[in-house]
Ligand binder design. Structure first.
Ligand SMILES: NC(=O)c1ccc[n+]([C@@H]2O[C@H](COP(=O)([O-])OP(=O)(O)OC[C@H]3O[C@@H](n4cnc5c(N)ncnc54)[C@H](OP(=O)(O)O)[C@@H]3O)[C@@H](O)[C@H]2O)c1
Length: 320
């Protein structure tokens, strides 16, 4: 009797959650299609080659730096803003220079910090090494690395071409492991330091309709768990942010209001709040960060109920 009531209760919430995600498309959140950019076109103006041996960095090294991969928009921008409020200088990575420049101008004028912008496609193998080289050559006092950029959306495995699935893997997990490894020496040099990876609640259990997205996000969660222990002795703390729906685009909010009414609105957490909680809890060295009370409750159910129940509920809900 107790077991049935519990299962009923759990199923109810999970069905609502899955409905919200699949209808509104907030799971993956990053709806843009991959840019087939040939690589980076970046003109480096911050190095002054006074003579052949010296590189003089013209930025501001009086404050610690945080690098936010995917920091120009959405949750990444909110994380950047929460860091700026705390006096961090920033290095923002994204593909489009217009939104990078907009973020830089806003953050510099409000918070009086220094912001560097590096336009890179993080799904490309070469990007992490080039970004790390840029930071190392300038001996950036890097205190925090935030791996935020990710790709998901309404379509997933069996309905996406192989190159798009590869792009998803490269961006969601590949860029996080590459940036972490290549920037580790700088993080170690500036320890105590922090790594914040952005997973998702979709990473807590397999979701058939979001197969690759949930697989890549669970890889981010597992990677973060293990890395926390691997880097303990180096005094580098590791956190993983696992949000539910976040209204990073107007259409997500509009659809949620129309289709889910108050339940959808209750489940969602604003990007600003997600950013603030993420940074606060990262600095508190919390391992798994789930913003929002209802999302926390959902995360508890999804993580602790038997996996075969959850995947079956997700499967049924996904076919509605
Ligand atoms: N929103 C949600 O409901 C939600 C829920 C759970 C988890 N998440 C996760 O949170 C993260 C951020 O989501 P969001 O909704 O804030 O996304 P968003 O608003 O679309 O912002 C994504 C950011 O990443 C950058 N980016 C995307 N692809 C990139 C690439 N290939 N190379 C370099 N930069 C790239 C974007 O800039 P450019 O487009 O200029 O490159 C932008 O700065 C993702 O990992 C997502 O899976 C989101």
């Amino acid at each position: 009797m107790m077991k049935s009531a519990f299962l009923y209760f759990a199923s109810f919430f999970i069905v609502i959650f899955v409905y919200a995600q699949s209808e509104v498309g907030a799971w993956g959140a990053v709806k843009s299609t991959p840019l087939n950019s040939p690589g980076l076109v970046y003109i480096d103006s911050s190095l002054d080659f006074a003579n052949n041996d010296t590189m003089v960095y013209q930025g501001d090294k009086s404050r610690p730096y945080a690098l936010v991969a995917g920091g120009s928009k959405g949750i990444g921008y909110a994380i950047s803003e929460a860091l700026a409020k705390r006096g961090y200088n920033l290095i923002l990575i994204a593909r489009h220079t217009d939104s990078l420049n907009a973020a830089k101008n806003k953050l510099e004028s409000i918070y009086h910090i220094h912001v560097e912008t590096l336009p890179y496609d993080l799904s490309l193998d070469s990007s992490a090494t080039q970004i790390a080289d840029w930071c190392t050559q300038r001996d950036i006092p890097l205190k925090m690395l935030c791996n935020v950029a990710g790709f998901g959306g309404a379509r997933d495995y069996l309905s996406l071409p192989l190159d798009t699935l590869r792009y998803m893997i490269n961006l969601n997990i590949g860029s996080a492991i590459s940036l972490t490894l290549t920037l580790l020496p700088l993080l170690e040099k500036n320890a105590p330091s922090y790594i914040l990876n952005v997973g998702s609640m979709a990473g807590f259990a397999p979701i058939p309709v979001k197969n690759m997205y949930s697989a890549t996000k669970s890889a981010v969660v597992f990677f973060s768990y293990s890395l926390k222990y691997q880097l303990k002795e180096k005094n580098i703390s590791v956190s993983v942010l696992c949000p539910g729906p976040v209204f990073t685009k107007p259409e997500i909010k509009k659809d949620t209001k129309e289709k889910l009414g108050w339940i959808g609105m209750k489940m969602a957490v604003s990007p600003e709040r997600v950013g603030e909680i993420a940074v606060r809890e990262t600095l508190n060295k919390k391992l798994v960060i789930v913003p929002g009370t209802l999302a926390k409750f959902m995360a508890f159910l999804i993580r602790f109920l038997p996996r075969r129940w959850i995947v079956s509920i997700y499967n049924k809900a996904g076919k509605k």
